[in-house]
Design a protein. Structure first.
Ligand SMILES: Nc1nc2c(c(=O)[nH]1)N[C@H]1C(S)=C(S)[C@@H](COP(=O)(O)OP(=O)(O)OC[C@H]3O[C@@H](n4cnc5c(=O)[nH]c(N)nc54)[C@H](O)[C@@H]3O)O[C@H]1N2
Ligand SMILES: Nc1nc2c(c(=O)[nH]1)N[C@H]1C(S)=C(S)[C@@H](COP(=O)(O)OP(=O)(O)OC[C@H]3O[C@@H](n4cnc5c(=O)[nH]c(N)nc54)[C@H](O)[C@@H]3O)O[C@H]1N2
Ligand code: SF4
Ligand SMILES: [Mo]
Length: 756
């Protein structure tokens, strides 16, 4: 007999509700959940194959152990007791012999899509006490955090375009028709863009490729990779020059900003960016003139050498056009689990510590993934000897991943929390697999802060866990306890965290539980696990919560789960800058000194740019020099959905896109093999000439290269592709955020001739 169950899709940032059909414990069908007030039945090919992912025969169900110095192929199944004991022995030995910093942790992307990651990874980090904290954030959005940290005093205050109400959207370096959106959770992003146009709004796309998103927009401009900051500062320049600035908030630094932008007229940046000066002026006027407008930029503008400057200038433009924090502009979501009564005014800083080898500054408590290999390979006090990875595959996702691949094999000990034995986890001595998605509850701690409507949904596990099988929350809690060296249970860890949160809340003026007793509040919390208890606490202390009895109609986990199984719509975004602005001045810091100083780098590049627009190094130089960028395909998800048969093949192919004129010049035809060479490495790929890509630019998707031995991902191995991060350069970073540079990588491309 079949039954129906509902849950949020955990795969991307779009937060779609899914309706699952199950036969016994097998998912036999997936559809969009039509009753979800946010996604209203939308589903993409990835969500639709969640059943195959859930039932993937290559998914690990029991821990794996690798014997001392055994080859990567030699992983054997073990029980949970033995696996945790092995993790404890390995980690404690390294800590005792080499100290705390000898253990590094890498936290990958799916960790931001789970309950366990946000609730428990910080406990592990705290327990380890290591400075060697790494995550996918420095291969992704760290520039945006650093930008928001400086301008709003709050690295998590990232405004999202108010998609459903805006009249004008300027979009840079994002392709939501394939990615379904990022730092902007909007189920059916394509439908929302179509609705924008249908109501008479316009949207303009800036991208070195004419993507599906660009084709849906009103206008598209090619931009030379890595030069968005030039375009954006020229827009700022034009707003000032043409007296188009409208300020709706108290800001500091307006005059400094005006002075900074003086040199960057549209004419001055046109040849560097490839965007005509007249177009830049028009966009500035349209942005200023639109009733309600928003600038939105994503991964293409973050993973580049000027990532932080570009991220900053986006919100400068939103502010200067009066669109920040107003309906139809760029707004801040108000997630149900995030208490807003805390006063957090304090200066935002980065560089509280530095990496040992390259002396790169810490940002948001992390060091750049671009320097992880340095820290593993370089001997000396503080060298990394052990690594914990949680839901990450840096061998494929980090710049110069090939170097990391080698570095990992030199570690004394490695433990991975991951459902697959893949390119990264094959190096682990202990692999601890989280349960299937159907056996896992879901709440989006990370993504609901970036939703285009206020919304909440809790999905309880669809299937129970087998006896003795820990949830991912329990696995991570166990690792936290092991890392601390204390003898405690995971439940005790939850109680400690609950006690500490409630103690702060009762002491805080303005909190809904101010003045009450922890001993009275704790028994009110409801939940079948530590994670649920903590979620209940957060929801009840949150902006829609019942304040643990203070507002009897307010939200609790029980209500969210039982009364709103398809999710609850908490209304359109509302102005809330006051709540998220944590600067010491209480104003928006429009021109932080560190950013102003980094503009010197822009100026230097502007001066060295050649009149032909190719820049000092890289593109076009000897006729074979190109700038490499990435791309995403609808049926992919970074490195780890290539094991689902329906998602690989067809249009989801790891090919090198290049402009037909460039292909002709190189003498390569579609389907022929080309060699791509950079400072750090070389690889070969199949050429795919297409006029959708700008001349001088080539594109390879990331997440491929599944041909390593010792993995258990059979479908992916048969569709291996190549790892673009063999040629991306770990020495190139955005200096303010430490972020990896994946776009604008100088490469040489050559035809592979027979017999060569
Ligand atoms: N299908 C699918 N969806 C995904 C993912 C996936 O792998 N596959 N990954 C998820 C993750 S982790 C993330 S972070 C998001 C990312 O979501 P998006 O930011 O929408 O990512 P992309 O689709 O890669 O789009 C980035 C665009 O930037 C362009 N670009 C490259 N360099 C530059 C540049 O220098 N300037 C400008 N203006 N544009 C540039 C690229 O051509 C590309 O079209 O997607 C998420 N969703
Ligand atoms: N060249 C280039 N490189 C890039 C990018 C690019 O655009 N170009 N994009 C970058 C971006 S935006 C990102 S976010 C990173 C992603 O970088 P990573 O997070 O390092 O890589 P993923 O491929 O997302 O790997 C996810 C891992 O999590 C595992 N996993 C899946 N579900 C779960 C779960 O529920 N629990 C746990 N514990 N594990 C799970 C998978 O098996 C896989 O091993 O890649 C970056 N790398
Ligand atoms: S768009 Fe994202 S959240 Fe929605 S079904 Fe697809 S993968 Fe899942
Ligand atoms: Mo990402």
């Amino acid at each position: 007999m079949s039954r129906t169950a509902y849950r949020t899709c955990p795969l991307c940032e779009a937060l779609c509700g899914l309706e699952l059909t199950l036969e016994g414990d097998r998912v036999t069908g997936v559809r969009g959940d039509a009753a979800d007030p946010f996604s209203r039945g939308f589903v993409c090919p990835k969500g639709a194959t969640l059943g195959q992912l859930d039932g993937d025969p290559d998914r690990l169900h029991t821990p794996l152990l690798r014997g001392n110095n055994a080859p990567v192929e030699a992983h054997l199944e073990a029980d949970w007791t033995a696996a945790f004991a092995a993790a404890e022995r390995g980690l404690r030995r390294v800590i005792e012999e080499h100290g705390k910093d000898a253990v590094a942790i890498y936290i990958g992307n799916p960790t931001a899509h789970s309950i366990a990651g946000p609730l428990y990874s910080s406990a592990i980090i705290k327990a380890l006490g290591t400075r060697n904290v790494y995550s996918a954030s420095t291969a992704d959005q760290m520039p945006k955090h650093v930008s928001s940290g400086h301008i709003f005093g709050n690295p998590m205050a990232i405004p999202v375009p108010d998609l459903d109400r805006t009249d004008y959207l300027l979009m840079l370096g994002a392709n939501p028709l394939e990615s379904n959106g990022s730092l902007c959770s909007a189920p059916d992003f394509p439908g929302r863009l179509k609705a924008l146009r249908a109501r008479g709004g316009r949207f303009v796309v800036v991208d070195p490729r004419r993507t599906r998103t660009a084709r849906l927009g009103d206008r598209h401009f090619f931009i030379r990779p890595g030069t968005d900051a030039f375009l954006l500062i020229a827009l700022v320049h034009t707003l000032f020059a043409e007296e188009l600035v409208t300020l709706e908030h108290h800001v500091n630094g307006l005059d400094d900003l005006r002075a900074l932008a003086v040199d960057f007229s549209p004419e001055a940046v046109a040849s560097v960016t490839g965007v005509p000066a007249s177009a830049i002026r028009t966009i500035a006027r349209e942005l200023a003139g639109a009733e309600r407008a928003a600038v939105y930029a994503r991964i293409g503008t973050c993973t580049q050498a000027f990532g932080t400057l570009a991220s900053w200038l986006v919100d400068v433009l939103n502010t200067l056009t009066g669109n920040l924090d107003r309906p139809g502009g760029a707004m801040f979501a108000r997630p149900a689990h995030a208490a807003i009564y805390r006063n957090r005014r304090r200066p935002y800083t980065t560089g509280r510590w530095h990496s040992r080898v390259r002396e790169l500054p810490e940002t948001n408590g992390e060091l750049p993934i671009a320097t992880l290999a340095d820290e593993i390979e370089t001997p000396g006090e503080g060298q990394i000897k052990a690594l914990i990875t949680i839901g990450g595959n840096p061998v494929l996702s980090a710049p110069n991943g090939a170097r990391l691949d080698v570095a990992f094999s030199g570690l004394e000990f490695m433990v991975s929390v991951d459902p697959y034995l893949n390119e990264t986890t094959r190096h682990a001595d202990v692999v601890l697999p989280p349960p299937r998605p159907t056996q896992t509850g879901h709440y989006d701690f990370a993504l609901l802060s970036f939703a285009v409507r206020n919304y909440a949904r809790y999905s309880p596990p669809v299937l129970p866990l087998p006896e003795g099988r820990p949830s991912e929350s329990e696995i991570l809690a166990r690792l936290a306890v092991i890392s601390s060296g204390l003898q405690a249970s995971p439940a005790a860890l939850d109680e400690m965290i609950i006690d500490s949160t409630l103690s702060k809340a009762v002491a805080m003026v303005g909190s809904p539980v101010h003045g009450r007793k922890v001993s009275e509040l704790r028994p009110m919390l409801e939940g079948g696990s530590g994670a649920e208890l903590r979620l209940d606490m957060m929801l009840r202390l949150g902006p829609y919560g019942d304040g643990l009895g203070a507002d009897p109609d307010g939200l609790t986990l029980t209500r969210l789960r039982d009364d709103h199984p398809h999710g609850i719509d908490l209304g359109p975004l509302e102005p809330r800058l006051e709540e998220v602005l944590w600067t010491v001045s209480g104003r928006i810091e429009l021109c932080p000194p560190t950013f102003a100083a980094d503009v010197d780098r822009l100026r230097a590049e502007l001066d060295s740019a050649r009149p032909d627009g190719t820049g000092a190094e890289g593109a076009g130089a000897e006729g074979a020099g190109f700038l490499l960028i990435g791309r995403r395909h609808l049926r992919s998800n970074n490195s780890w959905l290539h094991n689902v048969p329906e998602l690989v093949g067809g249009s989801n192919r790891c090919t090198l896109q290049l402009n037909p004129a460039d292909a002709e010049r190189l003498g390569v035809a579609a389907g022929e093999v080309v060699r791509i060479v950079s400072r750090v490495g070389a690889l070969t790929a199949t050429a795919e000439p297409t006029s959708e890509i700008m001349p001088g630019v080539v594109s390879l998707p990331h997440g491929w290269g599944h041909d390593r031995p010792g993995t258990r991902i059979r479908v992916a191995q048969d569709n291996a592709g190549v790892n673009v991060n063999v040629v991306t350069d770990e020495q190139e970073i955005d200096p303010l955020s430490g972020n990896a540079v994946f776009n604008g990588v100088p490469v040489r491309v050559e035809a592979v001739r027979e017999g060569v």
